[in-house]
Every structure is written in structure tokens, then in C-alpha cells.
Design a protein around this ligand. Structure first.
Ligand code: SGN
Ligand code: CA
Length: 514
């Protein structure tokens, strides 16, 4: 009641019409390295770069738990996983909780979510929603609509999701400001690109990351146990689309029946004539394997290139569609009064450590891209190196819309930073806690803190600590936990970790961490 009357007061103060709109775009598993505003070595993303050029780019934005459903629950609640209850991809989000869209709706905003949802309960607090069931499909995706019906929309998921968003923008209630959450399925595994971009990207060769061929020697248990290795765990058929026919007689790479069935089901979803053309491109991979019979690092070298070709072609489609959205905003006169946010649910390994997937608290997967444009509020081409986190997204969106932020939200509004009022929120450490084990990639549960220079990680089920100096070792290759000269630092960081656990009210695992 108190919150409501405060909102009403604010409304009469600001007036309805001038309040800004928010277009929040989140893709799935899009690593910052695959955005040219961050790194030009892999591909060009002119539309995403446009958001950065006309707004702000955060170079140190991180998540609190690097997988999908937890990141989405954090977006809605502004809370870490232990508070909103979604610690892993298998937990249903309790939609009776107070969320950012519910608050916005009460404040007179028109709210919508279109695309990937992955929270197992239906959306609440939205005037409109149309979501992908589970992970969603790349070709002719199914959507669940507000009537609870599952319908199939023809086309490529990234294009179709954008079409749906533009249709909603056209038809929405114009008398209200809007907040639209647009969640792409791409570039999530199995990285199925459209023909248009596969034709371009399958011809390219990409630079290899410095740690592609690193092995697990001298590493802790978590490195040994993980199953996210491109060489060992990425499947030739289902991930890299090598036609099983080409693997006949190759004893080491023989796919099992399930994989073969998956390959055919995946290909059969692609409409003709694109399917035949796509199969021809993938057949070239099969022919190369037949000819070369590569093993070990030679096989990894090929798999990495194929992985990048598919993944980056999926990203190219996102960039094209973000361009369509920005053009729509321009053409409809919405650009000036609409804040545009682009991010991902977390980062993703693009071959570093020889890996794909995410989950680890190491920077590659803990980092997420964050670009924001808000004309007349954010100075163009600004960069922020401040530590930001996905718990901040809900408070930031509320603040942009002039809506009070409830105390239960654990993040901070980034508005003072993006508008240049405050360069820094003075939060020296970010908190992290990952839980999901053993699915899907046997990454051991861990928690820790990330500061400006140091990162402390605790794999508590095996009682192993790691310490990294991010200034001297940004790739986190040298665990300093036993280094004599770092012992007083370790003790200090353990206290900081305990302090943050208390502050965020996280009591798992119980007791002192030692
Ligand atoms: C699938 C993927 C995993 C991925 C999870 C979670 N395997 O299970 O690689 O980690 O989704 O992804 S796949 O063979 O089905 O592609 S998340 O984005 O939902 O967290
Ligand atoms: Ca994801």
C-alpha cells in the first residue's frame, strides 16, 4: 500500500506521457567477445556497436550465477539465486514474488515479454507475453501464448522473435509507456544458424584463443571433473552437424543411435530449399573428417573452427535483428524516449581452456555484455569499467522509469553511473554462487568474490580454494592460493567473502568457510 501511494505521488509529479520506455534485449549465451564493440577479432556487429556508440558500454558487468534460469530470475527480482529460489535450470520460479514487471505494471507501464523464458512457471506481471517452451527451437519455433496454447510460427527463431516484438510495439496501448523484455534463444547450443549467415561464416577461419590447447595438469578438482571440453564433450553430429553417414567406420567418432536420431530431427526442422543447401555445407565437414581422420589437437583445431562458424553465424542474425529493432524505433519516433539495453544471460566459453558452455566463476563465463543507450541521458560512446552485476538490472530499469526500488532488491541502480552523476557505486566486491551439479557439465558448486584485482573462489564440496590476480593473470591460469606472499591477502579476502555472505544473507553451506 505504501509503495502504491508513493508510486501515485510520483506519477502525478512526472505526468504519464513523458516517462521513458525501456526495450531490454537479452540473448542467450552471447559472450562479449562476440560483439565488435568489445572485441574485433571474431566478427563485426554494427547494430550492437551502434548501441555502444550512442550510449554506454560496461566492460566489467558480471552475473551472480552463470546459467540461464537463475539469470532470468535475477533479472525479474534483482536478487541473487538463494533469495529468489532459482539456483539451477530445473527449479520452478515462484511467480508470487515481487518482481520488476509487477511493480512497473502497477506504476502504469505496459509490460511485455517475448521469447525465451525458461522459468517453468508462466509469466506474471506482464500485460502481454509470448514465450518459447523450454530452450526453444531455432527453426519454425513453437511459442506458448497467453491463452496457454502452443503454436508454431514459421521462420528462423531470431527473425520470428523480432517480428513478434515489432508487431507488439505497433499494436500496444499507445497511451502508456512500455517496458518490453525481448529474449532471444540464440546463440545457445546447438548453434543452428540460418542459411544466409551459415553461407558467409562457414568460409571463415577464426583466430584461436591462447588457451585452446591447455590441459588440466596441475589444476584443481573442478577442472578435472568438468565436461565442457570441445575436444571430448562437443558432439560431432548433434553439435557440429556432421552427417552421421560420414562417421561410419570411424570407431573413435561413431555416434550412438540417440545422436543420429537427434541429427535427423534437427535437420528435418529446416524448411526446404534451405535444408538441402545447409546439409551440403555440413557435408563438407564430414568429408574433411573422412579424409584427414584427425585426432587430438588436430581434431580440436577443426572442431573449434566449426563451432565458431556456427556460433558466430547465429550472432550475426541477432545483430541484423537488433538493427531492425533500432530502425523501427527510429521510424516510429520512439528512439528519443526509449532506453535500449542489450545483454546476455551470461558469458560463454569460445574455446578458452579448450571449453564451451559457462557456469564457472572465471571471468569468461561470469562476465556478460552490457550496452545501454538512452538519448539525452547517456553521453554517446561512454565506457564504464565499474563492477556491475545482473542484480542491478531490475533496480536500473525501475530507476529509468522513475519507479521506486523495493528494499528487497539486492542490486543497485546503475542510473547514476550511466548519466555521469557518479562514476562509481563503491561496491568493492561482487558475490557469486553456482549450484547446479552434476547436470549438465559436471561443474562443481562454488562461491566466491570478484574485486577489481583479485578473485577468490571456494569449491566447497571438495574443500578447494582458488585465488587469481586478474591484473597479472587475466586468463586465470595460475592459482595463487598456496603462494606464501599472498597469505595475508587470502585471509583478508576470506573475511570479505564472509561479509558479503552476511550482507546478501546466504547461509549455504552453513558455518564458517575455512
Ligand atoms: C543444454 C545444453 C547445455 C547447456 C544447458 C543449459 N546441452 O542442456 O550445454 O549448458 O542447456 O543452458 S544441449 O546438448 O542440449 O545443447 S542454459 O542456457 O539453459 O543455461
Ligand atoms: Ca544461457
Amino acid at each position: 500500500m505504501k509503495l502504491l501511494s508513493l508510486i501515485c505521488m510520483l506519477l502525478s509529479f512526472h505526468g504519464f506521457a513523458q516517462r521513458p520506455n525501456v526495450l531490454y534485449i537479452m540473448s542467450d549465451d552471447h559472450d562479449a567477445q562476440a560483439i565488435s564493440a568489445y572485441d574485433k577479432s571474431l566478427l563485426q556487429t554494427p547494430s550492437l556497436d551502434r548501441i555502444a556508440q550512442e550510449g554506454i558500454r560496461f566492460t566489467r558487468c558480471f552475473v551472480g550465477n552463470s546459467i540461464c534460469s537463475p539469470a532470468r530470475a535475477t533479472l525479474l527480482t534483482g536478487q541473487h539465486s538463494h533469495k529468489n529460489g532459482v539456483r539451477d535450470n530445473y527449479t520452478r520460479f515462484d511467480s508470487s514474488q515481487l518482481t520488476m514487471p509487477k511493480i512497473l505494471q502497477q506504476a502504469g507501464y505496459e509490460t511485455a515479454v517475448i521469447g525465451k523464458w525458461h522459468l517453468h512457471s508462466y509469466p506474471a506481471g506482464f500485460d502481454y507475453w509470448k514465450i518459447l517452451p523450454g530452450q526453444g527451437l531455432y527453426f519454425d519455433p513453437r511459442f506458448i501464448n497467453m491463452q496457454g496454447d502452443t503454436i508454431t510460427l514459421n521462420g528462423y527463431a531470431t527473425d520470428v522473435t523480432t517480428n513478434e516484438a515489432i508487431t507488439w510495439l505497433r499494436q500496444r496501448n499507445n497511451s502508456k509507456p512500455f517496458v518490453l523484455l525481448l529474449h532471444y534463444k540464440a546463440p545457445h547450443r546447438n548453434f543452428n544458424p540460418s542459411l544466409k549467415f551459415l553461407e558467409q561464416y562457414h568460409k571463415k577461419t577464426f583466430p584461436e584463443p591462447a588457451t585452446l590447447y591447455t590441459d588440466t595438469a596441475g589444476r584443481g578438482s573442478a577442472w578435472h571433473i568438468q565436461t565442457m571440453s570441445i575436444l571430448r564433450n562437443m558432439k560431432l553430429c548433434s553439435d557440429l552437424k556432421v552427417d552421421p553417414a560420414y562417421l561410419q567406420g570411424d570407431a573413435d567418432n561413431q555416434p550412438d543411435e540417440g545422436e543420429i536420431a537427434y541429427y535427423h530431427a534437427m535437420m528435418n526442422r529446416i524448411p526446404e530449399p534451405d535444408r538441402s543447401r545447409i546439409k551440403t555445407i555440413y557435408a563438407e565437414r564430414g568429408k574433411q573428417l573422412q579424409q584427414l581422420r584427425p585426432r587430438g589437437n588436430e581434431l580440436l583445431k577443426l572442431k573449434y573452427q566449426w563451432y565458431m562458424q556456427d556460433y558466430l553465424a547465429c550472432v550475426a542474425s541477432i545483430d541484423e535483428n537488433v538493427g531492425r529493432l533500432l530502425n523501427y524505433l527510429d521510424g516510429s519516433g520512439l528512439t528519443k524516449n526509449t532506453a535500449v539495453i542489450y545483454t546476455s544471460d551470461q558469458g560463454f566459453y569460445l574455446g578458452e581452456n579448450g571449453w564451451f558452455d559457462k557456469r564457472f566463476m572465471y571471468d569468461v563465463s561470469m562476465q556478460t555484455p552490457l550496452l545501454m543507450r538512452w538519448p539525452q541521458q547517456i553521453r554517446p560512446a561512454t565506457t564504464s569499467t565499474m563492477l556491475a552485476q545482473n542484480i542491478d538490472f531490475a533496480p536500473t530499469i525501475l530507476h529509468i522509469t522513475g519507479t521506486p526500488i523495493p528494499a528487497a532488491m539486492q542490486g543497485k541502480s546503475l542510473v547514476p553511473v550511466i548519466t555521469g552523476k557518479k562514476p562509481d557505486l563503491k561496491r568493492p566486491y561482487l558475490y557469486y554462487h553456482y549450484y547446479e551439479y552434476p547436470q549438465d557439465h559436471t561443474v562443481l558448486p562454488h562461491l566466491g568474490i570478484r574485486g577489481d584485482r583479485y578473485k577468490l573462489i571456494y569449491f566447497y564440496t571438495v574443500n578447494e580454494w582458488e585465488l587469481y590476480d586478474l591484473h597479472t593473470d587475466p586468463r586465470e591460469q595460475k592459482n595463487l592460493i598456496r603462494s606464501a606472499k599472498h597469505q595475508s591477502l587470502v585471509n583478508r579476502l576470506k573475511k570479505e567473502l564472509q561479509k558479503l555472505r552476511d550482507e546478501y544473507d546466504d547461509h549455504e553451506p552453513a558455518g564458517e568457510l575455512n
